[in-house]
Design a protein around this ligand. Structure first.
Ligand SMILES: Cc1cc2nc3c(=O)[nH]c(=O)nc-3n(C[C@H](O)[C@H](O)[C@H](O)COP(=O)(O)O)c2cc1C
Ligand code: SF4
Length: 362
């Protein structure tokens, strides 16, 4: 496994733990992954929902909680810590600013095309990494940044249709298109090559979505990815910041339980089914108390349910009023183990696949 380099950041283990909201990946999980040599990522979405004043002052609660979690992660680890900030949230700029003020090593930005490069980011050492679902989107962002700012993002995450959480693919005939992650990775590597040449820098392409085993990791790295981003695999770890009920929900689910809903974010979302999910699929309206317009894209007057509340409730173990996001491979989870054991298993699976392939070549 080759170490990953993003600008001047040296990451010994080319594994990035995907940021998971609401309140699933906080300082506990992020610091544990960073301590193993990967990148640990705090999800900023709805991060203030645990703060006592959240309902009165949402903006401040989110800022306070993000600051606290970054500081806690720094106390627990000297490794590389990132934050995931969705472009679709109303306080994107506030939270990006807090992350930069706290000198976060890297930010991952999904759920939209990040075309702005604010001055405070330009002047910082924080690395900026967009998450996209097609080579076309990567080209658009990189060309825009190159023309407007004469620089480009530091890396790019390519996320395929098998990922947990919101998916960057529109449904066709009611289904998520079956596009292979390796083909999007190869196309993106080709597009990014132009910018690597132009700026004389390395711009790693990182792959995510449905990567669960070391075998998955080996295969996608053979297709040109320099690292992987894994969310689902890290949920069932001791250090993951979510409730035990949420982790058990992964362990108890079967492949058939993993399904797609329409999220008020305006994208499909992959979840584990339960009565709540069945009801919204039947078109039932759930009570909405939109305490503030947390999402730019959510029309709370028309929404069937509040996604922020539903995800937060599930994170606290309340599945009567919520559901968990999960990737297509969540059903593979067998038990709750430490991050160290998880990473050791992934490494073993990776090297086993590599050895088998070498044996075939001989
Ligand atoms: C429970 C859960 C919550 C997630 N929350 C977010 C989020 O808040 N923001 C985001 O950009 N991605 C989110 N994701 C996506 C992950 O960051 C990551 O890209 C994805 O999990 C990779 O696919 P995998 O789950 O198959 O490993 C979430 C994924 C899961 C499973
Ligand atoms: S209804 Fe929509 S905008 Fe309002 S809090 Fe819920 S998710 Fe956010």
């Amino acid at each position: 496994m080759k170490a990953l380099k993003i600008g001047n950041l040296n990451i010994p283990l080319p594994i990035i733990q995907g940021g998971m909201g609401v309140c699933v990946s906080l300082s506990g999980l992020a610091s544990a992954v960073a301590n193993e040599g990967g990148i640990g990522v705090i999800s900023a979405v709805g991060i203030g929902m645990k703060e006592p004043d959240y309902k009165k002052n949402f903006r401040e609660a989110n800022k306070t909680a993000l600051r606290k979690e970054i500081r806690k992660a720094r106390q627990k680890s000297n490794g590389i810590i990132g934050a995931n900030i969705m472009l679709a949230i109303s306080d994107f700029d506030d939270l990006l600013r807090v992350a930069v003020e706290e000198k976060i090593d890297i930010v991952f930005v999904g759920a939209g095309l990040p075309l702005k490069n604010p001055d405070y980011l330009k002047e910082s050492s924080t690395k900026f990494v967009p998450k996209i679902s097609s080579a076309r989107a990567a080209k658009l962002i990189f060309r825009h940044w190159s023309e407007k700012y004469n620089r480009v993002p530091d890396a790019v995450v390519v996320e395929g249709p098998l990922a947990g959480g919101h998916i960057g693919f529109r449904k066709k005939d009611g289904l998520i298109p079956e596009i292979s992650l390796s083909s999007i990775v190869k196309e993106t590597v080709n597009e990014i090559d132009f910018f690597e040449q132009k700026y004389g820098i390395e711009i790693p392409v990182i792959a995510g979505g449905g990567i669960y085993t070391g075998k998955d990791m080996f295969e996608i790295m053979s297709a040109g990815a320099r690292a992987v981003k894994m969310g689902t695999r890290f949920v069932t770890t001791n250090e993951c910041d979510v409730s035990d009920e949420f982790k058990q929900n992964y362990i108890n689910c079967s492949q058939e339980d993993i399904t797609i809903i329409d999220s008020p974010v305006g994208l499909p979302g992959r979840v584990i089914t339960n009565d709540f999910v069945k009801q919204i699929k039947q078109g039932k309206q759930k009570p909405i108390n939109c305490s503030w317009k947390c999402l730019k894209t959510c029309d709370y007057k028309k929404s069937q349910f509040c996604i922020a509340e539903a995800l937060f409730n599930a994170a606290q173990g309340d599945f009567a009023n919520g559901f968990s996001f999960a990737g297509t491979k969540a059903y593979l989870a067998e038990k709750i183990i430490s991050v160290k054991e998880t990473i050791n298993q992934i490494k073993q699976e990776y090297y086993q696949e590599q050895l088998q392939l070498e044996a075939i070549k001989i």
